[in-house]
Write a protein that binds this ligand. Structure first.
Ligand SMILES: NC(=O)C1=CN([C@@H]2O[C@H](COP(=O)(O)OP(=O)(O)OC[C@H]3O[C@@H](n4cnc5c(N)ncnc54)[C@H](O)[C@@H]3O)[C@@H](O)[C@H]2O)[C@@H](O)CC1
Ligand SMILES: Nc1ncnc2c1ncn2[C@@H]1O[C@H](COP(=O)(O)OP(=O)(O)O)[C@@H](O)[C@H]1O
Ligand SMILES: [K+]
Length: 506
């Protein structure tokens, strides 16, 4: 499992370790890791032209010490000063190693092979200051590889928000622990490939991180597996209330996901029974209403529902309920809060905005805050869909799960219906709402990657999702071909097998 910690926790852990180490030891560890990553990105260090963008804090200090290490290996290193102050010992080290302060920043940037962004790290506030903006643009336009130190300067470490301009990096080398902004959009988009450098603070970080990103082995442990004595009822029945005369396809897609999510049977309730049976004869169908359809272990309600009633009925049940799409428009917040059984809401940014009484752009700009706020207000688990899907529990201390497997090809009509069926099926099979949401999103994203790329998924360590070690953009993140929601559903068993193979002892 990958975890991300808030700035205050990283700082506390660093302070505790620093008290035990000689002065500057931590920064030297960080700089050594950074220099190693830079060397890996340059074909040859000797003779390479490296430009350091140096702000006034310790982030600039890291860049200067790393620049000194590269200069000792024969790189031509120039520092561009962007703050009023500069880390003096770092600058001394650079100059002693043969580096220099650039007197023509735009000239050195135009010829650079690699640019190191040491403007701000965890001490940065707001976007880039105006004087840094043209310099950062020149770095981007030079075609040089841009490596961010700890974080791309200008992004918010704790929330992933980007207020104003920020550095767009090809790679980010971060120290001690991931910061939430590196894993959550929009900031994640600015970070490029991630690499974590261990500086020894891991054991000093508090128990609960802000974020968790599951990997294959974590998901494998959560997958429901039938026991020898299982029968279809013990494996769980999922009820799917979806589709309408206007949108029968949503019913078919939600059932397609539900059939592949581990429940023993899928009960479809609604007016699209014929369309469902034509495609999936294994489905149990009932015209409704849900209260008369028979016992289920979890309900999914909403995809393509239009204004069909049923939401109140389902929310009044005593089993876990997943509410998606039109169901979100029709739900009564008080009924959700009053439920004794778990509720999982799965909005996209537009639906989340409507639930919060704000606009879509606001949710997209602060996804992490928005998902926590929704979960708190509704007393429900919330899965916020989008480029970095998040799953938040209503209790504030519980880490938010961030899904690493998605692909922008998933932004296709109907893929959300597959997700809700799949996730509801995991709920019926007995997973908690938080686990069902995170496992559902993981398998769904992985299936989409497999479908888009003809098989290439994500390695068991998630290396295809966050290529922390390769230093390149994620293969399969945007690579591949357009896919349809149905293809995502069809690729689910392959994704499941991929993940299951990572289980200990598999
Ligand atoms: N604390 C530690 O033990 C370690 C810190 N390290 C590095 O130190 C960094 C944190 O250093 P600092 O606390 O000095 O903070 P930063 O270096 O991130 O930034 C602080 C400086 O930037 C200025 N600033 C803030 N917002 C700005 C903006 N939008 N535009 C331009 N300038 C802005 C501030 O006035 C301040 O001078 C980490 O991100 C990491 O790179 C590493 O060396 C590892 C050890
Ligand atoms: N840019 C993106 N990158 C990765 N996944 C995305 C992106 N945009 C949307 N998705 C995913 O695609 C699915 C779309 O679901 P949804 O918005 O409900 O659409 P629909 O209702 O048409 O099925 C969700 O799983 C969402 O997380
Ligand atoms: K930086």
């Amino acid at each position: 499992m990958r975890t991300a910690y808030r700035v205050q926790d990283v700082r506390a852990a660093e302070a505790a370790l620093m008290a035990r180490l000689p002065e500057g030891a931590l920064m030297r560890r960080a700089a050594a890791g950074l220099a190693g990553a830079c060397a890996g990105l340059l074909r040859r260090v000797y003779g390479a032209r490296v430009v350091l963008l140096v702000g006034s804090g310790d982030n600039g200090g890291d860049a200067l010490y790393a620049g000194a290490l590269l200069a000792r290996r024969g790189a031509g290193v120039s520092a561009v000063r962007l703050g009023r102050r500069v880390h003096e010992a770092g600058l001394d080290a650079l100059v002693r190693a043969g580096g220099r302060v650039a007197d023509d920043p735009y000239g050195v940037l135009a010829r650079a092979d690699l640019v190191v962004d040491g403007i701000t790290g965890i001490g940065g506030r707001g976007g880039l200051r105006p004087e840094a903006v043209p310099v950062v643009r020149a770095a981007r336009e030079s075609g040089a590889v841009v490596v961010a130190v700890d974080l791309p300067s200008g992004v918010d470490a704790d929330t992933g928000a980007v207020e104003g301009e920020a550095v767009r990096a090809d790679a980010t080398v971060t120290f001690g622990a991931y910061k939430p902004g590196l894993l959550v959009d929009p900031a994640r988009e600015y970070a490029g490939a991630l690499r974590l450098v261990d500086i020894g603070i891991r054991d000093l970080l508090p128990g609960a991180p802000e974020l968790q990103a599951l990997q294959h082995a974590d998901v494998a442990r959560l997958l429901p597996v039938p026991a020898a004595e299982s029968d279809k009822y013990r494996r769980g029945v999922v009820g799917v209330v979806a589709g309408s005369a206007r949108y029968p396809g949503a019913a078919v897609l939600a059932v397609a996901g539900a059939l592949r999510g581990g429940a023993g049977a899928v009960r479809y309730v609604g007016p699209a029974g014929d369309a469902v049976l034509a495609r999936y004869p294994e489905t149990l169908v009932h015209p409704g209403p849900p209260g008369r359809a028979g016992r289920v272990q979890a309900w999914v309600i909403g995809p393509g529902l239009a204004d069909t009633p049923g939401v109140a009925d389902v929310l009044a049940s005593d089993v876990p309920v997943l509410v998606d799409a039109d169901g979100l428009r029709l739900l009564d917040p008080a009924a959700v809060r009053a439920r004794p059984a778990p509720t999982l809401l799965t909005p996209h940014a537009g639906e989340a905005a409507a639930l919060l009484g704000t606009v879509r752009e606001d949710v997209e700009a602060r996804r992490l805050d928005a998902v926590r706020e929704l979960a708190g207000r509704y007393g429900a688990t919330v899965l916020l869909k989008g480029s970095t899907t998040l799953v938040a529990d209503p209790s504030p201390g519980v880490p938010v799960r961030v899904n690493p497997t998605g692909t922008p090809w998933l932004a296709t009509a109907g893929s959300g219906d597959v997700l809700s069926g799949l996730t509801g099926s995991l709920l019926a099979a007995g997973l908690t709402a938080r686990d069902a949401g995170s496992v559902g999103a993981y398998l769904h994203g992985l299936a989409a990657r497999r479908a888009a790329t003809g098989g290439a998924g994500v390695s068991p360590t998630g290396a295809g999702a966050y290529p922390y070690d390769g230093g390149r953009a994620a293969p399969g993140a945007a690579g591949g071909a357009p896919l349809t929601a149905h293809e995502v559903a069809r690729a689910l068993p392959g994704a499941w097998r991929d993940v299951a193979a990572a289980a200990p002892g598999a």
